[in-house]
Write a protein that binds this ligand. Structure first.
Ligand code: NAP
Ligand code: MG
Length: 499
C-alpha cells in the first residue's frame, strides 16, 4: 500500500471537520490541490502513525496564493473597502469561532504536535482566541499623528498608518495555532493580506483555521495557506510581490530569510531561538522558584523558544533548589497526550528526540551529571524523561546551544556580578527570569540583562498586550501589543502647504 493510501485511511482518525481540508491548499477562499499533486504526511508524535496527507506547495502554488493575496489587497477590493467596525467584527467572530470549536481544534493540535490536551485546551487554543480579541480592539485605534513642522512657513503635516500589503508568515511546530494568532491577528487588524506557511510537522490547525476565516466573513484571498516543506517557505521569501516576511523558527533559517529578503528589500521580522537564563538567588522563595523552574523548562516538553534552559543558582540555595526540582521532575510522568491528566507529551519527531538525547550525551562528555532523566521512554512515540543536568558551566555546549527539549542545565553562581556576566554570555537574548526578594537587585539585573523579556519572581508568562521578541541572535522586531501594529503598518508623512 502506498503512503498516500495509508494516509487516506488514517485520516479517518481526525476529527470530523478536519477531513475535507487535509491534502489541500487554501487559496482565494477555496481548498485546492497543489499543481503538482504532490503530498507529504503529517504524523502523530505520540504513536508515529500517519495522521493525514498534506499538499506540498511548490513555487507555482506560492505564486497563485500571492496573486490571490495581492488581488485581495487591491484598491477598491472588499477588504480594502471594509470599514473598521466591520473589520473589528470579523476579528471578534474569528475569536468566537475558535472558542466554539475549541474542543475539536485542541484535539487536532494535540494529535499533530504530541503536546498534552491539557496544554492545547487550557493554554494554546484559548490564548489564540484572546489574541484575535485583543487585536479586534486595535482596528479602530490605529491612528497617525499631526506634527508641527519647523520649516517651510505655514504648513499642516500629519502621518498616516497604512497596511504594508501582502505578508508572508512562516511559523514553527511548537505552538502552531498560537504562533498563527500572534502573526495573523495584528496583520489583519492593520488591513494586510496574508500567505501563511505552517511547519510541515503541524499543518492541521492552520487548515482548520482557514475554514473559520470564511465563516467569519474575511473575504477570499485575504488569508491563504500554503502547506509544504522549507522549500515552500523559501519560495514565499523569494517572491518579489511579497511585501513582508514574519518568521518564527531557528536562527539558521532566520539568517537565510534575511539574506534572501535583502534582494527585494522586503520588510522582515524574526523571532528566533533562545537559551534563556533563569537566575535564582538564595534570598528568594526557593521552593516556589524550583516549582516554577520546572514549568519554565518542561512545559510543552521543553519545546519552547523562551524555555528557562540555563538555570543559575546562588551557592547557598543550591541544595534546596536541586532537591525540589529533581524530586518533582522524577514524578512527572509522560503519557497519552489526549488523556486530560497527562502533563508531559511527546517530542515532535524521532529525529528531534535523537537530537535532544544527543545533547544529554554531549553534556555528559563535557562533565555534566544527569541527576534525573536523560533517557527515552519506551519505543512507541517520541517520549523522553524530564532531564536535569548539574555540574554545568556556562561555556559548555549544553549551556550555549539551544536543545529545544526537556533538558535543564544547572549552573552555580557566587554573586550578582557573576550572574549578570554569565547570563549575558550567550548568543541569544530572548528572555530571562530572576528570583529574589531584593527589589533593588531584581531591577538592577532586569536592566542589565540583554533579553526581550525579563520576568521577576515568575517565568514563561506572555500577554497579548506585552511586546515579545529578541535581542542578539534571538531576532528582531516585536510581536504582540502595540508593537505589532508598528510591525504591520507603514508610516506615511503628508505635508500640506498653507502659505
Ligand atoms: P525552522 O526549521 O527554522 O522552521 C520554522 C519554519 O520555517 C517552518 O515552517 C519551516 O518549514 C520553515 N522553513 C524552513 N526552512 C526555510 C527556508 N529556507 N525559508 C523559509 N522558511 C523555511 O525551525 P523549527 O525547527 O521548525 O522550529 C524550532 C526552532 O524555532 C527553534 O530553534 C526555536 O527556538 C525556534 N522558535 C522560536 C520562537 C520565537 O518566538 N522566538 C518560537 C518558537 C520556536 P518546515 O517545517 O517545512 O521545515
Ligand atoms: Mg504532526
Amino acid at each position: 500500500m502506498s503512503e498516500t493510501a495509508t494516509a487516506n485511511i488514517l485520516v479517518e482518525l481526525l476529527p470530523q471537520k478536519a477531513k475535507p481540508k487535509a491534502g489541500k491548499l487554501f487559496i482565494n477562499g477555496e481548498f485546492v490541490d497543489s499543481a503538482s499533486g504532490k503530498v507529504f504526511n503529517t504524523y502523530n508524535p505520540a504513536t508515529g502513525a500517519i495522521l493525514a496527507s498534506i499538499a506540498e506547495a511548490d513555487a507555482g502554488d506560492v505564486d497563485r496564493a500571492v496573486k490571490a493575496a495581492r488581488a485581495a489587497f487591491a484598491e477598491g477590493s472588499p477588504w480594502r473597502k471594509m470599514n473598521s467596525s466591520d473589520r473589528t467584527r470579523c476579528l471578534l467572530k474569528l475569536a468566537d469561532l475558535i472558542r466554539a470549536n475549541a474542543e475539536e481544534i485542541s484535539e487536532l493540535e494535540t494529535l499533530d504536535t504530541g503536546k498534552p490536551i491539557f496544554e492545547s485546551s487550557k493554554f494554546d487554543i484559548p490564548q489564540a482566541a484572546e489574541c484575535f480579541e485583543y487585536y479586534a480592539g486595535w482596528v479602530t485605534k490605529i491612528t497617525g499623528e499631526t506634527i508641527p513642522v519647523s520649516k517651510g512657513g505655514d504648513a499642516f503635516a500629519y502621518t498616516l498608518r497604512e497596511p504594508i500589503g501582502v505578508c508572508g508568515q512562516i511559523i514553527p511546530w511548537n505552538f502552531p495555532l498560537q504562533m498563527l494568532s500572534w502573526k495573523v491577528a495584528p496583520a489583519l487588524a492593520c488591513g494586510n493580506t496574508i500567505v501563511l506557511k505552517p511547519a510541515e510537522q503541524t499543518p492541521l490547525t492552520a487548515l482548520r483555521f482557514a475554514e473559520l476565516t470564511l465563516e467569519a466573513g474575511i473575504p477570499p484571498g485575504v488569508f491563504n495557506v500554503v502547506t509544504g516543506s522549507g522549500a515552500t517557505g523559501a519560495a514565499l521569501v523569494e517572491h518579489e510581490d511579497v511585501d513582508k516576511i514574519a518568521f518564527t523558527g531557528s536562527v539558521e533559517t532566520g539568517k537565510d530569510i534575511m539574506r534572501t529578503a535583502s534582494k527585494s528589500l522586503k520588510r522582515i521580522s524574526l523571532e528566533l531561538g533562545g537559551k534563556s537564563p533563569n537566575i535564582v538567588f538564595a534570598d528568594s522563595d526557593i521552593e516556589t522558584a524550583a516549582k516554577y523552574a520546572l514549568g519554565g523548562i518542561f512545559f510543552n516538553q521543553g519545546e519552547m523558544c523562551t524555555a528557562g534552559s540555563r538555570i543559575f543558582i546562588e551557592e547557598s540555595g543550591y541544595d534546596q533548589f536541586m532537591s525540589v526540582i529533581t524530586s518533582r521532575a522524577q514524578k512527572m510522568v509522560a503519557g497519552d497526550p489526549l488523556h486530560p491528566k497527562t502533563r508531559l507529551g511527546a517530542l515532535i519527531s524521532e529525529e528531534h528526540l535523537n537530537s535532544v538525547l544527543n545533547y544529554v550525551d554531549i553534556g555528559k562528555k563535557e562533565g555534566a551529571i544527569v541527576t534525573t532523566g536523560g533517557e527515552r521512554i519506551g519505543t512507541k512515540g517520541y517520549f523522553m524523561k524530564p532531564t536535569v543536568l548539574e555540574g554545568v558551566t556556562n561555556n559548555m555546549r549544553v549551556a550555549q546551544e539551544e536543545i529545544f527539549g526537556p533538558v535543564a542545565s544547572v549552573i552555580r553562581f557566587k554573586d550578582i556580578e557573576e550572574a549578570m556576566r554569565e547570563a549575558n554570555n550567550s548568543q541569544f537574548g530572548l528572555a530571562a527570569a530572576i528570583w529574589t526578594r531584593d527589589i533593588k537587585k531584581a531591577h538592577k539585573l532586569a536592566r542589565s540583562i540583554k533579553a526581550g523579556t525579563v520576568w521577576i519572581n515568575t517565568i514563561s508568562t506572555t500577554d497579548n498586550a506585552l511586546p515579545f521578541g529578541g535581542f542578539k541572535s534571538s531576532g528582531f522586531g516585536r510581536e504582540l501589543g502595540k508593537a505589532a501594529i508598528d510591525l504591520y503598518t507603514e508610516t506615511k508623512s503628508v505635508w500640506v502647504d498653507l502659505n
